[in-house]
Design a protein around this ligand. Structure first.
Ligand code: BES
Ligand code: MN
Ligand code: ZN
Length: 495
């Protein structure tokens, strides 16, 4: 989809469809008022008749106007103008996008940046419009013999007579985020027989090829052997697909500026290993690489926006399969950090590959390290599918991520990482066990990781409940790409 900036007044606009806002209590936005004048009061009449109430996310498509230059109009409700929240704004835009999806309209004009939000700039409005439309129009067709639906809309113009520079900035940011989200969704939605560790490595090389300032390096199992990554390699031993350690490096600042490091779990299929998962819903474990997908999406967005930062993306990628040579419960392995690990459950494999990647991260002298992983089913029990879980060893970093999540509408909620929980990881035979029992599973998983992150400021995002949707709408969400890019934008402004 093309997203364009326009500054055409409604009086001279020619369009297939004009999108304007209306409010509760029959109130019109400035654009709706102008349209009302051009159409002999059609919009006022429509509200009087009660055909649209103007509540948040109400929509009404009027497909004939007594004014030839504007073929149709989509009225979108934004509720009470004085009480409009950022979430409401996004909800209304989502509704507009979803309504247009089932029409034959191929290009539309909107005047939706003009709606004022107390907390946010017009740049934010423009960005949300693009993210919402792009998410709504995302389709996964890679594995279908023909596309599911033909979507007509090809171009959306953001129209405004003022603040055009701010809107253009929002369009650029929105496009970069939307493309990062779309990339993350696509690799995540690909099945495990196509999206293997080797495929992810290929994607990283491809992204590096397409973006200047971005380079990729792939380490093979033999390289990891030399680095002593006994924990990571123990997981891939049960798989015929070779593991890869992928590093993406984005240079946007002076070379001695310490980098922000993202680490993403790239389990391209998690069968559980010898601690085999039950069959029902196991297909969804192709999504166990969503953390790595978000790293790819965020780095691509950073490169497109040419952010003045240095950023490293590290992706440990493997399958977790049952096999004659697979990890067995009770096995003890030695991590790159030197800590020995008793593997009490081979299905707690994410932390086994992440711990070596987190140790590897030290070589980049990181400013901060943020890992993201579909790590625990327990996170779904604790927080459901609304926020991602956030844990970390640094309050300032956690607060920065929380604030970025609010701006990006990509929510997180912090859980405690107190020492008391560390006891659950005691092992009779090794330095540490890889599981901490039934209680507080998300926290004990983070406790495990915390043993490997003591040398730097670190935060962990458990995205088990947020990276994909289950049920009829099964599909990747691209989260937490919006949060990560917002964090990077905030850091860029502070720099
Ligand atoms: N990838 C899973 C976590 C997961 C499960 C994410 C379901 C989303 C939905 C992870 O590797 C795993 O299997 N974790 C175990 C840990 C347990 C054995 C301590 C879990 O959550 O059951
Ligand atoms: Mn598992
Ligand atoms: Zn897993």
């Amino acid at each position: 989809m093309d997203y364009l900036l326009a500054n055409t007044p409604i009086e001279t606009l020619k369009t297939e469809c004009l999108i304007v806002a209306v409010f509760e209590n029959k109130q019109l936005s400035p654009a709706a008022q102008k349209l009302d004048l051009l159409t002999d009061g059609l919009i006022t009449d429509t509200l009087q008749r009660g055909d649209i109430k103007g509540k948040v996310a109400d929509t009404l498509l009027i497909n004939y106007l007594p004014y030839a230059a504007i073929k149709r109009t989509l009225l979108v409700g934004f509720g009470d103008a004085d009480k409009l929240t950022p979430k409401d704004y996004r909800k209304a835009i989502n509704a507009a996008a979803n309504t247009l999806k089932s029409t034959q309209i191929s290009s539309a004009d909107c005047y939706l940046t003009e709606i004022k939000l107390a907390k946010h700039s017009i740049t934010w409005n423009a960005r949300q419009i693009i993210e919402a439309f792009d998410t709504s129009f995302y389709q996964f067709n890679d594995c279908k013999s023909k596309p599911a639906d033909i979507l007509a809309l090809k171009a959306l113009s953001l129209n405004s007579l003022t603040d055009t520079d701010a809107i253009q900035t929002g369009i650029n940011q929105g496009k970069a985020i939307a493309q990062g989200v779309a990339l993350a969704k696509r690799v995540s939605d690909l099945p495990g027989n196509i999206c293997t560790p080797t495929y992810l490595a290929g994607q990283a090389l491809e992204i590096a090829k397409q973006n200047k300032n971005l380079t990729a390096e792939i380490l093979e199992e033999a390289d990891m052997e030399k680095l002593g990554m006994g924990s990571f390699l123990s997981v891939s031993r049960g798989s015929r697909q070779p593991a890869k350690l992928i590093t993406l490096e984005y240079k946007g600042a002076d070379k001695n500026v310490q980098p922000i490091v993202f680490v993403g779990k790239g389990l391209t299929f998690d069968a559980g290993g010898i601690s085999l998962k039950p069959g029902a819903g196991m297909d969804e474990m192709k999504y166990d690489m969503c953390g790595s997908a978000a790293v790819l999406g965020a780095l691509q967005a950073a490169a497109q926006l040419e952010l003045p930062l240095n950023i490293i993306g590290i992706i440990p990628s493997s399958e977790n399969m049952p096999d004659g040579d697979a990890n067995k419960p009770g096995d003890i392995v030695t991590s790159m950090a030197g800590l020995t690990i008793e593997i009490l459950n081979t299905d707690a494999e994410g932390r086994l590959i992440l711990c070596d990647a987190l140790t590897y991260a030290k070589k980049f002298n990181p400013d901060v390290v943020i890992d993201m992983a579909t790590l625990t089913g327990a996170c779904l029990v604790a927080l459901g599918r609304v926020p991602s879980g956030l844990l970390g060893n640094d309050d300032a970093l956690c607060n920065d991520l929380y604030s970025a999540s609010e701006t990006a509408l990509d929510s997180v909620w912090r859980l405690p990482l107190w020492d008391e929980y560390q006891d659950q990881l005691k092992s009779n035979f090794a330095d540490i066990a890889n599981i901490g029992g039934r209680d507080a599973g998300t926290i004990t998983a983070a406790c495990f990781l915390s043993r490997f992150t003591e040398d730097y400021q670190w935060a962990h995002l458990d995205i088990a409940g947020t990276a994909w949707k289950t049920g009829d709408a099964k599909g990747a969400t691209g989260r937490p790409v919006p949060l990560l890019v917002q964090y990077l934008l905030d850091r860029s402004n502070a720099a």
